[in-house]
Design a protein around this ligand. Structure first.
Ligand SMILES: Nc1nc2c(ncn2[C@@H]2O[C@H](COP(=O)(O)OP(=O)(O)OP(=O)(O)O)[C@@H](O)[C@H]2O)c(=O)[nH]1
Ligand SMILES: [Mg+2]
Length: 224
């Protein structure tokens, strides 16, 4: 069982408490964000980094009524297909990662029982809007992925995902010139609304910035 969610403690402390409660059980990392921002692409880039470090990894994907992202990862050859579990949310994606995360918790417990040396479980939310957040009963740490093509005003629009996530990822930096997005403005306004919490710039096509994202996970919830 995760510890109870208490909004008065920050998630780094929460992560440490959860990891202690679980006797070094795997770190659960949530990846949320709007439809098509690059959540699965980010996972595809992160898997080799953890595999190369020797960290055992598994993935849970959430889609509304399909298993598309799970199939994509299973067919990617990046990890054994049985290490990918699909959750069909059947409702607004945030419902199953926040209000009632039972399905995702069961999926994580299934993976943890099956792979006893598991160290990291990445949980991709279904694509949602700027309001989605993860329950800290489900995850130890979570990031929110937006992309430059959504518009450079997105950070200052201050959705809960942008403001509250442990890490804000601004993806598709390569597309910024084509859509007239000012990346420097996105970073500046992202920093302003996040009160010192970090953000990272990525290109999931080339892998640029992905090591920094992995380092945040390593430093905050893997601790090794
Ligand atoms: N140019 C560019 N394309 C990207 C980048 N990251 C992802 N894409 C493309 O963006 C599209 C959506 O990427 P996904 O990884 O499927 O996005 P997602 O957030 O998982 O989408 P949903 O799960 O449907 O919400 C795909 O065509 C990717 O190839 C990037 O950094 N640059
Ligand atoms: Mg996806």
């Amino acid at each position: 069982m995760r510890t109870c969610q208490d909004p008065s403690i920050n998630s780094t402390l929460h992560a440490a408490m959860n990891r202690q409660t679980l006797s070094n059980g795997p770190a659960r990392v949530g990846i949320g964000g709007p439809v098509g921002s690059g959540k699965t692409a980010l996972i595809e880039q992160l898997i080799p980094i953890f595999s190369n470090r020797g960290n055992e990894i598994a993935v849970i994907t959430n889609d509304l009524v399909t298993r598309e992202d799970a199939k994509r990862l299973q067919q990617s050859g990046l990890l054994a297909s049985e290490r990918v579990v699909a959750v069909e949310a059947g409702a607004c994606p945030h419902t199953v990662i926040r209000e009632d995360p039972t399905l995702n918790m069961q999926a994580a417990e299934l993976l943890e029982r099956k792979f006893e040396n598991l160290e990291v479980v990445l949980i991709e939310s279904g694509g949602d809007n700027l309001a989605s957040t993860f329950s800290l009963d489900l995850v130890d740490y979570w990031m929110f992925v937006i992309d430059t093509s959504e518009g450079d005003d997105i950070p200052r629009k201050r959705g809960p995902g942008i403001v509250q996530s442990d890490l804000l990822v601004i993806n598709k930096v390569d597309l910024a010139p084509y859509v007239g997005a000012d990346i420097n403005l996105m970073v500046k306004e992202g920093q302003e609304v996040r009160d010192g919490k970090p953000l990272a710039l990525t290109n999931c096509k080339t892998g640029a910035g992905i090591q920094e994202v992995a380092d945040h996970i390593i430093n905050n919830v893997l601790f090794s």
